[in-house]
Design a protein around this ligand. Structure first.
Ligand SMILES: NC(=O)c1ccc[n+]([C@@H]2O[C@H](COP(=O)([O-])OP(=O)(O)OC[C@H]3O[C@@H](n4cnc5c(N)ncnc54)[C@H](OP(=O)(O)O)[C@@H]3O)[C@@H](O)[C@H]2O)c1
Length: 330
């Protein structure tokens, strides 16, 4: 299939520097955790990817286990990147990760050198790529010395299989320790991927300070709390929503009457700002200059477009911030 990207694709997007590195990322990046597996409609997945690139979304985030089935998001992404987007490879930042369960036995998850190297090799094969731009340790391993995990990441970069190193789900202390180990090897951590949204505020207690001190970028995942921080669940649980799908990670039990009441109040604040609740939730994450990019998911092109429109209003008044703080976190 032929695809020619719009000549205007860089006109509207905002790019932010990733910590003190040479890399800039789009303020909105697209993740393939849900909606890109072999249970999903490939044509919709393909449309989302092409539409995103066409408006300046230059960063796509994957992991070995994204699907379901695990690995299928990388296979599907590989089909698009190697066909329609192949001539644009140098305009795109692709990340993948290893850390969660991928194959049976003692070498199929966590943080050993054996697992990380084998997993990245598998990911590259699935995507049909020679290298990824960022390779993440997806989670800290309590049983493998950080020295081993960091040495594996350093080795991967020296091999040229990844250009940059990322950490995800490391707490402030673990991050500081890992970053120092990387520095002692002559490597640096480019970026950290924590869970952060109006509903999940932990990174404000220490992590962001560590990242700022060390010049590391921050790309929060699930900034819409998997869809909760949108108008999606205000009137019940719609068909084909993440909460309704059997393979979705969002549990129906998360949608309590108390939460819905708060979401209605947040939606009122968003409407006064002239935004959808999704847009306000993304603008809120991006209000902090230490945030490089908000890493969203989308199950349709219209959701993607709705979310991207947050970029026209990133400012908050003190009153708005105070009112949001009073409602969140629940
Ligand atoms: N490092 C980690 O451990 C980790 C963990 C989780 C995620 N991630 C990364 O973060 C990415 C994003 O995570 P996420 O998918 O949970 O992000 P999210 O942006 O919080 O949630 C995405 C979901 O919200 C709904 N949505 C999106 N835009 C909308 C809009 N404008 N209006 C209404 N609803 C909207 C859709 O739900 P429906 O599908 O119901 O339509 C969509 O699937 C992942 O793909 C992955 O790359 C990383």
């Amino acid at each position: 299939m032929n695809f020619t990207a719009s000549k205007n694709r860089y006109n509207e997007m905002v790019y932010r520097r990733c910590g003190s590195s040479g890399i800039k990322l789009p303020a909105i990046s697209l993740g393939l955790w849900h909606n890109f597996g072999d249970v999903d409609d490939f044509n919709i997945a393909r449309e989302i990817l092409l539409n995103a690139f066409d408006v300046g979304v230059t960063h796509f985030d994957l992991a070995n286990n994204y699907g379901p089935s695990p690995g299928s998001a990388e296979i599907n992404f590989g089909k698009v990147i190697n066909k329609e987007l192949s001539s644009y490879r140098d305009e795109i930042i692709i990340s993948t990760k290893a850390g969660y369960y991928m194959w049976p036995g003692p070498y199929g998850e966590w943080g050993s050198k054996k697992y990380l190297i084998a997993s990245l090799d598998q990911s590259l094969k699935r995507m049909g790529l020679e290298y990824v731009d960022i390779f993440y340790s997806h989670r800290p391993d309590p049983d493998t010395p950080f020295e081993e995990t960091m040495a594996a990441l350093d080795h991967i970069v020296r091999q040229g299989k990844a250009l940059y190193i990322g950490l995800s789900n490391y707490d402030p202390q673990q991050t500081a320790e890992a970053v120092e180990l990387l520095e002692s090897l002559g490597s640096r951590c480019l970026i950290h991927q924590p869970k952060y949204s109006m509903m999940v505020r932990e990174p404000e207690s220490g992590l962001m300070d560590v990242l700022e001190q060390k010049g590391i970028g921050c790309i929060p995942f699930s900034p819409l709390a998997q869809g909760l921080l949108t108008n999606k669940y205000l009137q019940g649980i719609p068909k084909n929503s993440r909460a309704e799908k059997s393979h979705g990670f969002l549990q129906k039990t998360a949608i309590t009457p108390e939460l819905v009441q708060k979401l209605v109040e947040l939606d009122n604040i968003a409407q006064k700002r002239g935004q959808s609740l999704a847009q306000m939730s993304l603008s809120w994450v991006l209000r902090d200059p230490r945030i490089t990019s908000a890493l969203i998911g989308a199950s349709s092109v219209s959701q993607l477009k709705n979310s991207l429109a947050c970029l026209s209003n990133l400012e908050f008044s003190d009153v708005e911030l105070r009112d949001i703080d009073a409602l969140m976190p629940v």
